[in-house]
Design a protein around this ligand. Structure first.
Ligand code: GTP
Ligand code: MG
Length: 137
């Protein structure tokens, strides 16, 4: 199947939602190809989110993403990128559909619990940013 990349973000890990979120992901039919708990450095977050570097919230985003551990994973399923974006819900949890991961677990637009790649190309780039080939199964 197709692959996507996700991170359970520091707010959700800190609140102990990792297990519940992973359960919802696997129940939705995604297979875990790779997974680890890690913490991003400032340089990591600036690189990962370079596309947003001109945005007014960039500094806040980098501080938030480096503030505690994340759980990074590569997921496999037919139509993985699109289906995973649907499973997590809108960027702002106030706009997220009922039952989505962000609706259930996110605090705010800035602390929004989870990331999902927005294209096949970005899924590949983001997966290889966090994982070596030896960590993918
Ligand atoms: P990701 O899956 O994390 O990439 O989220 P997204 O694709 O739904 O949103 P986008 O790529 O546009 O923004 C990336 C991240 O920046 C979001 O998930 C938020 O954490 C953060 N972000 C986006 N918009 C805002 C904003 O207006 N204010 C703040 N503080 N953070 C924002
Ligand atoms: Mg995005």
């Amino acid at each position: 199947g197709q692959r996507t990349f996700t991170m359970i973000k520091p707010d959700a890990v800190q609140k102990g939602y990792t297990g519940a979120i992973l359960n919802q992901i696997t129940e939705a039919g995604f297979r875990i190809v790779a997974m680890k708990q890690t913490q991003m450095t400032t340089e990591d977050a600036q690189t990962f989110y370079a596309i947003h570097k001109e945005r007014p919230f960039f500094g806040e985003l980098v501080d938030y993403m480096t503030g505690g551990p994340i759980v990074a994973a590569i997921l496999e399923k037919d139509n993985a990128v699109e289906d995973f974006r649907a499973l997590i819900g809108a960027t702002n949890p106030e706009d997220a559909a009922e039952g989505t991961i962000r609706k259930k677990y996110a605090e705010s637009i800035s602390a929004n619990a989870i990331h999902g790649s927005d294209s096949d190309d970005n899924a590949q780039i983001e997966s290889s940013f966090h994982f070596s080939g030896r960590e993918m199964f």
